[in-house]
Design a binder for this molecule. Structure first.
Ligand SMILES: C[S@@+](CC[C@H](N)C(=O)[O-])C[C@H]1O[C@@H](n2cnc3c(N)ncnc32)[C@H](O)[C@@H]1O
Length: 228
């Protein structure tokens, strides 16, 4: 497994910041509401791909609404928990252990909706290229893509990390306590990365606070509603 994969596995075994919440993620719910209200799009009986699905909070929620869900996740501990929760809920999700920076075993133009809820930030540039190509390949024309990704703009903590703990690639830093490399995006950079393949229906920045090692950190995220 890749270094980043091992880091995530360690994190799930002994969590410092990752959430094991099993309710659906709030920004994801807002995106689903947007589809329903503003796009008049029904979130039932769809084929959904959840990238870096973690412990399955979004996958299981969507499967409960009669969708066919595939979840790809690199951590065995996380995916085992996702499977147990799905079983307890009585839903079926196709959980696959895998790397979202490698080719997906999924047919062309077969997916209606792709979710990347804070998962692709830990890909390197080569992995990111594959991820973008693969999402584009598996999504149907007109299919939707929700991305929640770390934002660089206006965040002092990010600015500081880029300076004192830079990673090897552009706009990356290493969280030393856990050995995880994260990629952050300026607005311009985010748009350039995604509009090569997808139409940007909406892009907004949102601040959240997270506890890490008993300290509270401000994290900024891009919430992007995209369409192929
Ligand atoms: C911040 S967590 C978010 C989990 C989930 N999307 C959620 O909203 O609860 C990021 C997830 O992406 C997974 N991940 C990171 N890199 C990955 C990769 N290259 N392939 C598959 N999963 C990956 C991590 O193991 C972790 O579960």
């Amino acid at each position: 497994m890749s270094h980043q994969g091992n880091t995530w596995e360690k994190e799930y075994r002994n969590p410092l910041f990752v959430t094991k919440n099993d309710g659906p993620q709030a920004d994801t719910l807002r995106f689903l509401k947007f589809l329903k209200k503003e796009q008049k799009y029904k979130i039932e009986d769809k084929n959904i791909l959840d990238l870096g699905c973690g412990t399955g909070r979004n996958s299981n929620y969507l499967a409960e609404r009669s969708n066919n869900v595939i979840g790809i996740e690199i951590s065995k501990t996380a995916i085992d928990l996702a499977k147990t929760r799905a079983k307890n809920l009585g839903v079926v999700v196709d959980y696959k252990m895998g790397d979202i920076g490698n080719n997906y075993e999924i047919e062309n133009n077969s997916i209606d909706l792709v979710l990347d809820v804070t998962s692709s930030n830990s890909l390197d540039e080569a992995g990111r290229d594959i991820y973008l190509n693969e999402v584009n390949r598996v999504l149907k024309n007109g299919g939707y893509f929700f991305v929640r990704a770390l934002a660089k703009d206006g965040n002092k903590n990010v600015k500081n990390l880029l300076k004192i703990s830079p990673g090897k690639e552009y706009d990356t830093y290493i969280i030393k306590e856990i050995g995880l490399t994260e990629r952050v995006f300026s607005r311009e950079d985010f748009i350039k990365t995604y509009n090569k393949y997808f139409k940007i229906l909406k892009l907004e920045k949102k601040t959240s606070y997270t506890t890490f090692n008993n300290r509270i950190y401000k994290r900024d995220y891009w919430l992007a509603y995209l369409q192929k």
